[in-house]
Design a protein around this ligand. Structure first.
Ligand code: TYD
Length: 137
């Protein structure tokens, strides 16, 4: 069974509104080397459709909502994200698909490594082969 690991961030709320802070190796279980965000996603679009050999990520839906499907080669889970106070951990060697983005969705991603195309597995059959043969563990 694929384990879904979510992090609940503390909200520093007061009369003005809310603030969430995350730090390396505290709320986030790795050193953050890169941050990117996905927004303005067109209707019906699915993003991701790849796995990473080493990269770990935490995905936070800071606005709106989206669904992330995670697949470890055996088991698949759909996770609905709609809270800025919740982070989804996506470990290495997990096939991910992001879909059903609301118009106002901003999906923030914190990553453990700099961008490296060589770390991507974009071919589904190659991913299944790698899982079967335990290549990148
Ligand atoms: P892509 O991997 O297709 O995004 P997704 O996983 O959401 O489907 O990335 C889209 C483009 O952005 C592609 O040309 C690579 C580039 N990119 C970077 O330059 N740096 C990054 O950190 C990321 C995630 C993507």
């Amino acid at each position: 069974m694929i384990q879904i690991e979510k992090i609940s961030f503390s909200i520093h709320g007061d009369g003005r509104g809310s603030l969430i802070a995350v730090e390396n190796n505290k709320e986030i279980p790795f050193e953050i080397k890169r941050v990117y965000y996905i927004y303005g996603t067109n209707d019906g679009v699915t993003r991701g459709l790849h796995a990473h050999k080493k990269l770990k990520q935490v995905a936070i839906c800071v606005s709106g909502s989206c669904t992330i499907t995670l697949f470890d080669g055996f088991d698949k889970k759909q996770i609905f994200l709609d809270k800025p106070s919740e982070g989804l951990i996506i470990k290495e060697m997990i096939w991910r698909e992001m879909h059903d983005f609301s118009e106002d969705c901003v999906l923030l991603v914190l990553a453990s490594e700099l961008y490296d195309e060589a770390d991507y597995i974009r071919d589904y059959n190659e991913f299944m082969e790698a899982v079967k043969n335990d290549i990148y563990s």
